[in-house]
Design a protein around this ligand. Structure first.
Ligand code: ZN
Length: 116
């Protein structure tokens, strides 16, 4: 068996004992495949740890988003006859939503930077 043949199987068989016998034999003698299996086990372990952690949004997230969106509310008002204004309103809404997400991401990163 070749290493390349195993790479597609590895994510499904992070438990070495669950590998088919020929694959298990190859991995037992191949440092490259052992390293790859260790990598997948590490990813799976990290994902398992993340499953139990819950991130609560900051309490002021809603007010931050609303304060970022409301100043542009006039731009979002659409004259039904004007297609151009609809596009501008859509872009403004997308920009303000992006600003809200950026504010949240910055606060989240800052909070976790302080905590660690
Ligand atoms: Zn190999």
């Amino acid at each position: 068996m070749q290493c390349e043949n195993l790479y597609d199987l590895m994510p499904d068989f992070v438990d070495l004992s669950a590998l088919p016998a020929d694959a298990d034999k190859h991995v037992s003698n191949c440092l490259r495949c052992q390293a790859e299996m260790a990598h997948y086990r590490s990813i799976r372990r990290s994902l398992s740890e993340m499953k139990s952690s819950m991130v609560a949004p900051p309490t002021d997230l809603l007010s931050d988003i609303l304060s970022a969106v409301r100043p542009d509310a006039d731009v979002v008002r659409i004259d039904k006859k004007s297609r151009r204004r609809k596009v501008v309103g859509g872009i403004a809404a997308a920009v303000t939503a992006g600003a809200g997400v950026a504010i949240y991401a910055a606060k989240f990163a800052h909070k976790h930077k302080i905590a660690s």
